[in-house]
Design a binder for this molecule. Structure first.
Ligand SMILES: Cc1cc2nc3c(=O)[nH]c(=O)nc-3n(C[C@H](O)[C@H](O)[C@H](O)COP(=O)(O)O)c2cc1C
Length: 196
């Protein structure tokens, strides 16, 4: 298995997958890694919905595209979170699947509220994605899926408590192609104060 530094640098968002699915044992290993994330006040507020049903994912994708195209409150995001101005053209493409035809979606959910519950879920999601990289699996966060997964119907279907929410949808699977590592801008150090 790769070490953590290698996983951090090799992880890329994968948008094309093989048809074969990661098995249940592998998915459980990713969930185990996820729950080792730090968590505010050790609340461990997360829960996980796993979807390995391509027809259901296609249904969510179609619904998500319709919601994201509609310039309305339907999406339920605040003004700063709405898609800027016009929506991306791919949302008009009937063939575009927001889950890139991946057969597995893991939704990191919070079971209730709390000021840091979303942060806890994001940290868990990063653990999950690094654990996927370590095991030769690709992954990608799908922010486009957040509104549809938080509709009452989807929450009911996925067992997400009414007081909770879908926070981080992550697709997982075997990458069809190798994706090269990319560079990043150097860290912008805004301040670094040292005492005398
Ligand atoms: C909050 C968040 C939401 C994202 N939503 C999407 C998405 O809906 N669709 C998608 O293809 N990629 C999505 N991504 C993946 C980013 O586009 C990707 O991480 C970024 O381009 C950097 O590329 P890398 O992950 O390969 O390093 C999302 C990433 C984050 C962190």
């Amino acid at each position: 298995m790769l070490n953590v530094e290698e996983c951090i640098r090799l992880r890329r968002s994968v948008r094309a997958y093989e048809a074969r699915q990661p098995g249940a044992a592998l998915i459980r290993e990713l969930l185990e890694a996820a729950v080792h994330a730090p968590t505010a006040m050790h609340r461990e507020p997360w829960g996980f919905a796993v979807v390995q049903d391509r027809a259901l994912l296609r249904r969510y994708s179609d619904r998500a595209k319709a919601m994201l195209r509609a310039p309305s409150e339907a999406v339920g995001w605040g003004a700063s979170e709405r898609l800027h101005g016009s929506h991306p053209a791919m949302l008009d493409d009937p063939g575009f699947n927001i889950f890139y035809d991946a057969g597995t979606l893991v939704v990191v959910c919070r079971r209730d509220g709390g000021p840091f519950a979303d942060a806890d879920c994001w940290l868990a999601a990063q653990n999950l994605m690094l654990a996927a990289t370590a095991r030769g699996l690709g992954s990608c966060c799908i922010g486009f899926a957040v509104p549809v997964l938080n509709t009452p119907e989807a929450k009911r279907e996925l067992g997400i408590p009414a007081a909770g929410a879908a926070v981080v949808p992550v697709i997982v699977g075997y990458a069809r192609d190798a994706i090269p590592a990319v560079g990043r801008k150097p860290p912008e150090i805004l301040s670094w104060k040292e005492g005398a």
